[in-house]
Design a protein. Structure first.
Length: 320
């Protein structure tokens, strides 16, 4: 088996070089091959993953050594192939890793040990998971619009300027955003499912006044906020939440709940709508760009079609 470590050199973890060197030493007595590929610019991780998948198929594992941006690119390179993805959370936010490793407080050393990279006894299971297809691109984690996208954008600027702040940059970014009216507009057609009954229904609105809108394959984003704490990666459904336009006094008590994963249509009665969706269309009636991002990467579509792609990606998970 070939293990291709796709390394983002500017991702958050300062001990990356030491970690990779230690893993490399454990491969020496093994028949498995460790291959190191370092990214230089945006798009490299997707290209590298795609090339190895085409060449080696299921005889290859692509190991993401970075943050959510690296995972996003690799997922796009591997979607629909037989080559699995393994995630070593070496970035700043590591939001997708929080979901698959079941904790907000990820210890990368524990993840590496659990996979057996430090003792040479590699162990894991391969689990097919869903992805979100949006205008032909793939999302592995969360696609969001409105308030959270603005926070994401400002947070990234803060983090790039002051890397030592880490994921706290997103908490800092909330402050200037909340100083402005939390009223944006968006139009959508959603093909929804009642998870209890299996009944399908349509949700259609034009020029909806909203503060944020998240479509989720996984649970965490923005450094740890939880729009969909109970999201299931392989259920063929996407969780969604739409929070109404809010005043600052209305928004402040909701933020801790949104971070803790306790905000839903019952705890935030009258302030949001949530549920499950298979596909949909989202657009701006005036043709302007959506305030949207996917896995923390902004896009500039004015119209977006999305759908769940069931079991489109193979994921290496820790063998309990």
């Amino acid at each position: 088996m070939k293990y291709v470590f796709v390394i983002n050199p500017i991702a958050g973890n300062d001990n990356k070089a030491k970690i990779i060197a230690r893993i490399k030493s454990t491969f020496r007595p093994l028949d498995d091959e460790m291959i190191l590929e370092e990214t230089e610019c945006q798009g490299d991780a997707k290209r590298i993953a795609s090339e190895y998948a085409q060449k080696y198929g299921s005889d290859c594992i692509i190991v993401s050594c970075g943050g959510d941006g690296t995972v996003h690119e690799i997922a796009n390179g591997l979607a629909g192939t037989d080559t699995p993805l393994m995630v070593l959370p070496l970035g700043t936010g590591n939001d997708f890793a929080k979901k698959i490793y079941g904790t907000k407080d990820i210890n990368v050393e524990n993840v590496i040990k659990a996979f057996g990279f430090y003792n040479g006894k590699l162990k894991y299971k391969i689990k097919p998971i869903d992805l979100i297809d949006y205008n032909g691109e793939k999302c592995i984690n969360v696609m969001s619009f409105g308030l959270d996208t603005i926070v994401e954008t400002i947070g990234k600027r803060i983090k790039d300027k002051h890397p030592f702040i880490g994921h706290q940059a997103y908490n800092i970014a909330i402050v200037p955003v909340l100083m402005k009216p939390l009223h944006y507009t968006i139009s959508f057609d959603l093909n929804c499912v009642d998870k209890k009954t299996g009944e399908e229904y349509q949700l259609h609105e034009e020029e909806r006044d909203y503060a944020l809108f998240a479509v989720c394959n996984a649970s965490y984003y923005g450094g740890g906020f939880q729009p969909a704490p109970d999201a299931v990666l392989d259920d063929g459904l996407l969780d969604f939440v739409i929070v109404n336009g809010l005043s600052l006094p209305q928004a402040l008590p909701l933020i801790p709940q949104y971070s803790a994963g306790t905000l839903n249509s019952e705890t935030g009665k009258g302030k949001l709508v949530d549920g499950y969706v298979k596909s949909g269309k989202i657009w701006m009636s005036d043709g302007s760009a959506l305030l949207g991002n996917c896995d923390g990467e902004n896009f500039d579509y004015s119209e977006l079609d999305f759908k769940v792609e069931e079991k489109a990606l193979k994921l290496c998970v820790i063998n309990d």
